[in-house]
Design a protein around this ligand. Structure first.
Ligand code: C5P
Length: 403
């Protein structure tokens, strides 16, 4: 099912060069199943034409408060009724100032004033305009009025200057809109996760690792962000992009992962260990590449020592976060998973059969906690992750660590 299936959005464009990105945003919203009505201010039509937006949305574009195409001649009322959200991208400094004042001097401003749905703004302007106290005052006031402001990003600007004020990229705005529609079951919580494999050096060019794509851990990090959490993902090497809105800390070895996690547990309410951590590392990795002839037989003999158990270390902390572990088993899932939960002393253990999930996009999870075992239906990894975040939110205690 597309992420924005059955969602009706109004996409508003105000004057700014970032309008060219709104065409791509509109395309992506449509690809994700949304029905989008586009409304443009007069200034926006100087940057991109309504014809482009009409072709991409497949619907008439609205630019005029006096447009009499609607039977009752009231586009400023009709367009927001039944809409799930109004998204203004780009939102100019002038438009935000007009919103703060509650003005109704063009169709888009009137529509926002008369709306019955949430309003999301993606500001775009020159960095000095963004930093100006008047704009900052307006942003604060809009937030206080319940308007959701996403971005702006920072970087190179069309005017040649560099700083804050760039509109978020279309993919980032899309991620924010999809997240907006997810229940905020972890609002205000801080979630720390591990994901991916670890990679233990044998010598400077060879490693021992586990087979793990990182997909389940990354999907959980994304789902936690969508649920309103502040998310830190400590990740071993994977081919995946960091999920939008998530702070990723990249590590290689289990020792690096252990250190990265232990230094952040004080700031976490919930710890979710998804990483496939190597159980052993080579005791003395060679300083230089081992030659095939080094020991006269062409086959090195490796000595291993155990890696720290990151999950068990966090679970043993006196005032540590609420802990969730994973167990990928190849047989006797229920027995092994429950044993592991008790041995590691954790609150919730999520089990799956390794052969069901390895490299794939689908998963079938089972939950083990003090109340027993509970099987979740098979699903794609993102849907399963969202479901699991809901289960975690229901179980995790309502406490916060002080920052
Ligand atoms: O003992 P086993 O590796 O099967 O346990 C799996 C769970 O423990 C996973 O949640 C995994 O991320 C975590 N783990 C860990 N540190 C290790 C080994 C496993 O955090 N050294």
């Amino acid at each position: 099912m597309p992420e924005l299936h059955k969602k009706r959005l109004v996409l508003g464009l105000t004057g700014g060069i970032a309008c060219y990105k709104s065409a791509e945003l509109l395309r992506r919203l449509g690809d994700h199943g949304a029905t989008v009505d586009v409304v443009m201010t007069d200034a926006a039509t100087h940057f991109i034409t309504p014809v482009t937006m009409q072709a991409l949305s497949g619907r008439p574009v609205h630019t005029d408060a006096w447009d009499n195409r609607q039977p009752n001649n009231m586009p400023h009322i009709n367009l927001s009724r039944g809409a799930d959200a109004i998204v203004i991208a780009p939102a100019s400094a002038d438009f935000m100032a007009r919103l703060v004042q509650g003005r109704a001097d063009d169709l888009l401003a009137t529509l926002c004033l008369a709306r019955t749905c949430p309003l999301i703004l993606a500001p775009a302007m020159n960095r000095e305009m963004w930093d100006n106290p008047a704009t900052q005052r307006n942003v604060r006031q809009l937030r206080e009025d319940g308007v959701i402001i996403i971005g702006p990003g920072s970087g190179h600007q069309a005017c040649g200057e560099t700083g804050d004020g760039r509109m978020l990229e279309p993919a980032e705005i899309l991620a924010e809109i999809i997240a907006f529609f997810q229940p905020k079951v972890l609002q205000g919580k801080r979630v720390l996760l591990t994901a991916g494999p670890t990679s233990e050096p044998i010598d400077p060019v060879r490693v021992i690792s586990n087979r793990s794509s990182g997909k389940t851990g990354y999907a959980l990090a994304r789902a936690a962000f969508e649920a309103g959490a502040d998310v830190t993902l400590v990740s071993g090497p994977t081919a995946l992009a960091a999920p939008y809105g998530v702070e990723r800390i990249s590590v290689h070895t289990a020792l690096e992962m252990h250190q990265a996690v232990m230094s952040r547990t004080g700031e976490a309410d919930i710890f979710i260990a998804v990483a496939a951590v190597a159980d052993w590392r080579v005791a003395n990795p060679a300083e230089h590449k081992i030659k095939k002839t080094d020991n006269g037989r062409g086959v090195p003999v490796l000595e291993f020592i155990p890696n720290p158990d990151i999950l068990a270390s966090v679970a043993a902390l006196p005032d540590g976060p609420w802990c969730v572990g994973f167990a990928a088993e190849t047989e006797k899932l229920v027995q092994h998973a429950e044993e592991k939960r008790q041995r590691k002393g954790i609150d919730l253990l999520v089990g799956n059969l390794a052969q069901d999930v390895m490299d794939g996009d689908d998963t079938r999870l089972s939950l083990f906690d003090a109340a027993g075992c509970h099987h979740l239906p098979a699903a794609d990894k993102l849907s399963a992750a969202r479901r699991l975040i809901g289960e975690i939110a229901r179980r995790a205690p309502q406490r916060h660590h002080s920052a």
